[in-house]
Design a protein around this ligand. Structure first.
Ligand SMILES: *Cc1c(COP(=O)(O)O)cnc(C)c1O
Length: 382
């Protein structure tokens, strides 16, 4: 283990993700007056750059906080205590929507989907016909299982009901396609620390006209998260309260990087690298966890029989300084997860596969030497 200290720290989680040097430099810029012209210009640039990534012409609200903060804010704005919401849960983050809705005093009906599968829009349609819901909550990219929901199909169902669709795309946005307006998504929630290549601390929300009609109603239970205040401030390129100015400088730079590469190229890179990583882990003898609709921002795999996922993640960190994720659910120890979101190149996934192979070998398995890297390389050129 003598060479471990010399290895670079590799943050390979499904969030937070590696922050590129350019963004880290931008974070160190002088703090701006959040009511001054320099900030106004930066805030406008962020808005302009975010709209195509969300696929909307509407404003994107900006809040300090983690993704969970804007998940809570979204529910607190569209539903009054006592009103009903439908929560579609095919993993840990869907479950979180249910916990938040319950904590806010909403009547939360849970539509449970087997983990590893994507939600069936027809089940949502049936549920919507049975009760008057204010909102349907859907996880776009379920980071706990590595499954992507078909938002276009779900949006087509929800748009014909009085309910609004709240989408958690915290681990999807800027890594897989999002088309808020075309797919009829009403409240689209994202955060800075995943494919947007920034540190944690910014929550983002795109809001449709249909959602504003619910948000504009008077009701108790929101102050800091009041979307109406955010929209009013936004008209002056500001936020109602002091924003995380330095983080926004970082986001501005990250969005410039995305624009320089081109959004389509960014999404294609995510797909190419995720495909290569999946080919590699399968070649190492690991079985993928999702059974359909595989995510291009997180790869989730079963731990080989007789091994503990915790032992793998610990060894990857201690021996190779590579931080990958286990699970914090009933799957703890049984699955491991590697992020493929944000600032990522082929070198990263090839290194992941080399270290994963060495880890399996160090733990007494004998995966075919080089098989993971070879399969990934073939996928990258193929
Ligand atoms: C990371 C993540 C979140 C946000 O979690 P926070 O820790 O609150 O930022 C929400 N949903 C999904 C699907 C995520 O992957």
């Amino acid at each position: 283990m003598s060479d471990t200290a010399a290895l670079p720290y590799r943050l390979r989680l499904p969030g937070p993700t590696t922050v590129p040097e350019r963004v880290r430099q931008a974070l160190a810029a002088p703090v701006l007056n959040h009511r001054g012209p320099e900030f106004h210009a930066q805030f406008e640039a962020i808005q302009t750059a975010l709209r195509p990534i969300f696929g909307t012409t509407g404003p994107i609200l900006v809040f300090p906080g983690s993704g969970t903060g804007v998940m809570e804010g979204s529910l607190a704005n569209v539903a009054r205590p006592g009103e009903a919401v439908l929560v579609v849960a095919n993993g840990q983050y869907g479950g979180r929507f249910h916990q938040i809705a319950t904590a806010l005093g909403l009547a939360s009906d849970l539509l449970e989907v087997e983990w590893g599968l994507a939600p069936d829009p027809m089940r949502i349609k049936t549920a919507l016909a049975r009760r008057d819901y204010r909102a349907v909550c859907v996880t776009h990219n379920e980071s706990s299982t590595g499954v992507v929901a078909d938002l276009a199909a779900i949006g087509a169902v929800v748009k014909d009901s009085p309910a609004v669709q709240i989408v958690d795309t915290v681990s999807g946005l800027a890594g897989i396609p999002v088309a808020q307006d075309a797919w009829h998504l009403d409240v689209v929630v994202a955060a800075s620390q995943k494919a947007l290549m920034c540190p944690p601390g910014i929550g983002l929300v795109g809001v449709s006209a249909k959602a504003w009609a619910l948000i504009e109603r008077d009701h108790a239970g929101r102050f800091f998260w009041d979307f109406r205040k955010a929209r009013t401030a936004q008209e002056k390129a500001e936020t109602p309260f002091t924003p995380p100015v330095s983080l926004l400088a970082g986001l501005d730079e990250a969005l410039r990087m995305i624009a320089e590469e081109g959004l389509d190229a960014v999404l294609a890179r995510h797909h190419r690298l995720a495909t290569a990583l999946r080919a590699g882990v399968v070649a190492l003898g690991l079985r993928l966890f999702p059974r359909e609709a595989l995510s291009d921002t997180v790869t989730v795999m079963h731990v080989p029989d007789g091994l503990d996922g915790g032992a793998i993640t610990r060894h990857m960190h201690q021996r190779y300084r590579t931080v990958i994720a286990g699970s914090r659910t009933h799957l703890t120890g049984k699955i491991i997860r590697i992020g493929t979101m944000g600032y990522l190149s082929a070198a990263d996934v090839l290194t992941d596969l080399h270290y994963l192979e060495r880890t399996l070998a160090d733990l007494g398995r004998a995966p075919p030497a080089g098989a993971g890297v070879a399969a990934a390389s073939a996928a990258l050129v193929g």
